[in-house]
Design a protein. Structure first.
Length: 180
């Protein structure tokens, strides 16, 4: 998702040059995400700074670093730690006026600027389908691995206005949900 997040941030903020990626170093996808995101950043002519957090104190310190380093925008990796603290992260981004893209709609729904990621509802439906098959006798090892194919983009226009960001019509047209 890192490259897609950067693409969307670049479309929203074409003058932004320094992007911060916030990730949990304990996340097994952290290294792959960083490699993919760095390649996308290079291709777009942007600079990437990776900051890590795995405690609440780390979150405050990471945002302090973003302000000190004058980050233009933030991309948050999908991680259970961040999802559980989405309101804190969104509040920190707002208080420091840092435009951010998040991995799931919950962030934009609680005040984050933009989210792009797996459609949580479809993930739950698929999990229910799998559970039903198992309850009917299927062995979990025999079930195919499925990859998510449904993604949601949510744009929060209230937050965009607070950050003095004019959201391009091309992004609004592609959004699955616009919060006004």
């Amino acid at each position: 998702m890192g490259p897609k997040h950067l693409e969307l941030l670049h479309e929203l903020l074409p003058t932004a040059r320094k992007i911060v990626s916030l990730l949990n170093p304990g996340n097994p996808n952290a290294n792959a995400y960083t490699v993919q995101t760095q390649a996308a950043t290079d291709a777009l002519g942007l600079r990437l700074q990776v900051l890590t957090a795995h405690t609440e104190a780390d979150l405050g310190a990471a945002f302090g670093t973003m302000v000190q380093q004058r980050a233009d925008a933030l991309a948050v990796i999908a991680d259970p730690f961040f999802i559980a603290r989405r309101e804190q992260i969104v509040a920190l981004a707002a208080s420091h006026a840092i435009p951010a893209i998040y991995p799931i709609a919950y962030f934009a729904e609680c005040g984050g600027l933009m989210s792009y990621g797996a459609a949580v509802r479809s993930l739950y439906q698929e999990a229910g389908t799998y559970a039903g098959r198992i309850l009917k006798g299927a062995k979990p090892i025999d079930l195919p691995i499925q990859q998510n194919t449904k993604y949601d983009m949510v744009i929060n226009l209230k937050t965009a206005k607070a950050l003095s960001i004019a959201v391009p019509p091309s992004l609004l047209a592609r959004a699955d949900k616009v919060i006004e």
